[in-house]
Design a protein around this ligand. Structure first.
Ligand code: B3K
Ligand code: ZN
Length: 890
């Protein structure tokens, strides 16, 4: 996009069906060293619902070399070609159009369309990348039958893959060979994929519920073949789970996963040929942390589940993106809960929502789960579409219950199989099976922003009544100033001194959804009041159990009430949240006290409560670990109106120090116990073992803060002895992030050793970058700049960019250093990346977009960088949209 051109905004309200359908798409792809020639044969059929006889095909960065309509070559007076379209007019009802284009995968650094990752040719077409391969109706409602012939050099590209089943292969002249793939399922172009290169294979099989035999293949570079077992196992479990839980069976004879190093996101659900970032496939204990093992499992499942929620039933247009993404994230979250610990998974999801999605909702890129306008769709693969979208589906599940929800999803899949549909179609299926009117519920899709739920209570001892008063409000966002009330399911219970109290509502609710001591009430009004009767003592209300709605809850809990919830509530999320709230309070107190006292005391009640948590054998060690984890700076900074960079950092650091000191003894015991348990058995990633390592390493982190000889020795010992990456990385981080001078030489030594040991493992080297980039050291920016010149760094590889630049920009004290140099550094990188990889540039920009939340001086400096980026010539649509929205007057 040139600076003086206004970029076009696309609106949901302007949706129109295409003028033509593409019944069949036959691709002939000739890969040569340096360029690739693509011949696309399109069988066109006029859309009877549309009068136009004009066909405007999308194209981007293509070299048109020939156009043949029904066997006749067209000259350039017979079509119109501009930078984004190839247009033909006065067409008939049916045509065969042959388009010849030349493309340059070797120099395609955008990682969209056909590109080369190291030695492997691969594609990424979602959302609008297919138009970088050939001219096409590159929109998800145009579904076509694809046949793809790939021809390439036999030695350089022995493996040739595309969607569907291989129907032919053979040799050609000049040491070349070909393969022909046919996909019997109609699909939009965004699900097209092609891979060519030298790849090694892990193979397995799966028998579906109806007895069909499916070949499973994972293709990777040979050196990584020993890291595929976990992904294969995850795939088989996903296939079985989707049959059991959703009645969805796989539909081709082969399912392939290919791993490549250069990939803009985690993975892509192309029909029958998923392409993955290596970071979401490869796993083995020496090189992979537990969190990464779980991510591999989750992403493999997510992409596999898309085969139904996304591929068989796809989106009509990109405004419906959350139809497939929100639903599929919900499905993968259910899967992960079933495979591991449901509470831990829930807490992790809430952490992400609160620290990042709520921030998105409060920032300039805020948009509804179903956006109504965009400039560049790539900017809308957001936490709102994915995570909030999943929360919305989760609320539907809560409101309908498992049985009706399943009926609704069955109806949705059956009714719309093979179609490109909308979010309304999904909700309609849920309405039909439940008989509920979900029109108000749909506001979750239409209104952006995080609702704030203020709750107050009153206990009337004389009448034994307990009143809960709810007020919801949602701040205005660009697309909607006056928000209408949301439907908010509030899962709650009341805790007395000795445990749960029976719940009796004055105005009876559906008894099926409430048992005696727990119920889900549904808020629908801006203000509502619920009266519980027969309440014999002043209770502590456990509100939003399981985080039943993505809202900001405000209730003035007393410390005593939080401690009671922490002790007595059976919902793990609420217990954890009570611990978090106690810590947040403590941090607030410290921040205030610090003005007069450099070392304020912390509340003994908190220490006692955490001591009890540590001593409680009945608790899952993973929960203990989470409860001992002080809220992140990122989350703390979300809580107030204005971010107080230094004050929050210091108060948080102080709380950690004081807790470490006060809990030193039980922490050490716990650390040793977990280590001993681990030492007594072989490594495994079952939830119970992951939990023990999590607690061991949380304890190690806190102990390392003590900074004494003993803790240094402990960390060094773990670093030296670890036989798995979870433990090794935890120790490495403890060394590198230590602010104690006693750790200095061990730190330098560890940085050296870690790199020397792992230099051949790209994914481990990414940890090496990100641990250093997230260090609290005052000279972290200098270190990051130095690391950019390290031979292992590569500006073209998104994983490396995220590991070094991304980690630094999320390092609150480093990036937001008052000198503003962090901002200028990011500005430089964005300007560079705007040219090579606009998608990644726009994404890395996120921390700068939040400039309005900082003090005046920082605001000025952040804004200056945004303005500098905005004034760049040839700004990509991606970066333009984010920068201009950030600078718009609010
Ligand atoms: N559907 C892809 C994301 C594509 C992003 C394009 N910019 C991965 C996923 O959500 O499964
Ligand atoms: Zn997805």
């Amino acid at each position: 996009m040139k600076n003086n051109e206004a970029p076009k905004k696309i609106y949901l309200k302007d949706y129109r069906e295409p003028s033509y359908w593409i019944k069949k798409t036959t691709l002939d792809v000739q890969i040569y060293d340096g360029h690739t020639d693509v011949t696309a044969t399109l069988l066109l059929e006029r859309n009877a619902n549309d009068e136009s006889r004009k066909l405007s095909l999308d194209g981007d960065s293509l070299e048109l070399r020939g156009l043949t309509l029904d066997g006749k070559k067209l000259d350039d007076t017979q079509y119109v070609l501009d930078a984004e379209h190839l247009t033909l007019e006065n067409l008939s009802d049916q045509h065969e159009l042959i388009i010849e284009t030349r493309i340059y995968p070797e120099t395609n650094t955008s990682l969209e369309g056909l590109y080369k990752s190291r030695l492997i040719y691969c594609t990424q077409c979602e959302a609008e990348g297919f138009r970088k391969i050939t001219y096409y109706l590159d929109r998800p409602d145009v579904m076509s039958e694809f046949t793809t012939r790939i021809t390439a050099d036999k030695t350089r590209c022995p493996i040739l893959l595309s969607n569907g089943n291989k129907i032919d292969e053979g040799e050609c002249a000049n040491d070349r060979h070909f393969a022909v793939w046919h996909d019997p399922h109609l699909k939009p172009a965004y699900l097209f994929a092609l891979v060519a290169g030298e790849l090694s294979l892990l193979e397995d099989r799966f028998t579906t519920c109806s007895g069909r035999d499916v070949l499973l293949q994972i293709w990777v570079e040979e050196k990584d073949l020993d890291k595929c077992a976990h992904a294969m196992d995850s795939l088989k479990r996903s296939m079985a789970w989707d049959e059991q839980r959703y009645g969805r069976e796989y539909d081709l004879d082969i399912f392939m996963i290919v791993a490549v190093d250069d990939f803009n996101m985690g993975a892509m659900e192309n029909k029958g040929l998923n392409i993955f970032n290596t970071s979401c496939v490869l796993a083995k204990k020496e090189t992979t942390t537990d969190a990464e093992f779980q991510r591999v499992e989750g992403v493999v499942a997510h992409e596999y589940f898309h085969n139904w929620s996304g591929n068989r039933v796809t989106c009509r247009d990109w405004f419906q993106l959350s139809l497939k993404e929100g639903f599929t994230v919900f499905r993968d979250a259910q899967f992960s809960s079933d495979m591991g610990s449901a509470t831990v998974k829930r807490v992790e999801d809430v952490l992400l929502l609160r620290a990042a999605q709520f921030a998105e909702d409060a920032g300039p890129m805020a948009h509804p789960v179903q956006p109504d306008a965009f400039i560049e769709i790539s900017n809308f693969y957001t936490l709102t579409i994915y995570e909030k979208g999943a929360e919305v589906v989760r609320m539907l599940h809560t409101l309908l219950g498992e049985t009706l929800f399943r009926k609704g999803s069955d109806l949705y899949f059956e009714r719309h199989d093979g179609q490109a549909v909308t979010i309304d179609d999904f909700v309609r299926a849920m309405e039909e099976v439940s008989g509920r009117d979900l029109s108000q519920f749909k506001r979750w899709y239409k209104q952006a922003g995080t609702p704030e739920l203020e709750v107050s209570s009153e206990y009337i001892e004389a009448s034994e009544e307990y009143v809960l008063q709810f007020k919801q409000r949602c701040r205005p966002t660009v697309e909607c100033k006056e928000k209408q009330p949301f439907v908010i399911p509030v899962d709650l219970s009341l805790l007395g001194d000795a445990g749960k109290l029976p719940l009796n509502l004055k105005d009876q609710l559906d008894p099926e959804r409430s048992d005696n001591t727990r119920m889900v009430i549904e808020l629908t009004e801006a203000e509502e009041r619920f009266v519980f009767t027969g309440v014999k003592e002043l209770p502590a209300p456990a509100l939003l159990r399981g985080f039943s709605a993505p809202v900001k809850l405000r209730y003035r809990y007393t410390d005593e009430q939080l401690l009671r919830i922490l002790k007595l509530e059976d919902d793990g999320f609420c217990r954890w949240d009570a611990a978090q709230q106690l810590m947040i309070r403590e941090i607030d107190r410290i921040r205030e006290a610090l003005v007069a006292d450099p070392s304020p005391a912390i509340s003994p009640a908190l220490v006692d409560a955490l001591t009890a948590v540590l001593a409680d054998d009945s608790l899952d060690p993973a929960m203990v670990s989470l409860m001992l984890t002080v809220p992140s700076e990122k989350y703390l900074n979300e809580l107030g109106e204005q971010v107080e960079v230094e004050a929050t950092h210091h108060a948080r650091q102080l709380l950690e120090r004081k807790l470490a000191k006060a809990l030193a003894e039980p922490l050490l015991q716990c650390y040793e116990l977990m280590r001993a348990r681990q030492a007594a058995k072989p490594y495994s990633v079952v939830a119970a073992d992951v939990a023990e390592r999590a607690l061991q390493n949380t304890a190690l982190h806190l102990l390392s803060i003590l900074g004494d000889e003993k803790s240094l020795a402990l960390v060094q010992q773990q670093f030296a002895e670890a036989d798995n990456m979870t433990d090794e990385l935890a120790a490495f981080k403890a060394l590198v992030h230590s602010t104690r001078s006693r750790f200095d030489s061990a730190k330098t030594d560890a940085i050296q050793r870690f790199y020397t040991k792992w230099q051949a493992e790209a994914l481990v080297v990414n940890h090496w970058f990100s641990v250093q980039a997230s260090s609290p050291a005052p000279d972290v920016l200098e270190q990051v700049k130095a690391l950019m010149t390290h031979p292992a760094f590569d500006m073209k590889n998104p994983n490396k960019l995220r590991a070094l630049i991304g980690a630094f920009c999320n390092n609150v004290t480093g990036f937001h250093n008052a000198n503003g140099l962090g901002y200028a550094f990011l500005g430089d990188r964005i300007i560079e990346l705007n040219r090579s990889n606009p998608q990644i540039a726009a994404r890395l920009l996120t921390p700068l977009t939040k400039w309005r939340r900082y003090d005046e001086k920082r605001q000025e400096k952040m804004k200056a960088q945004l303005e500098r980026i905005q004034s760049e010539p040839n700004l990509s649509k991606d970066v333009f949209e984010v920068v201009s929205k950030s600078l718009e007057l609010s």
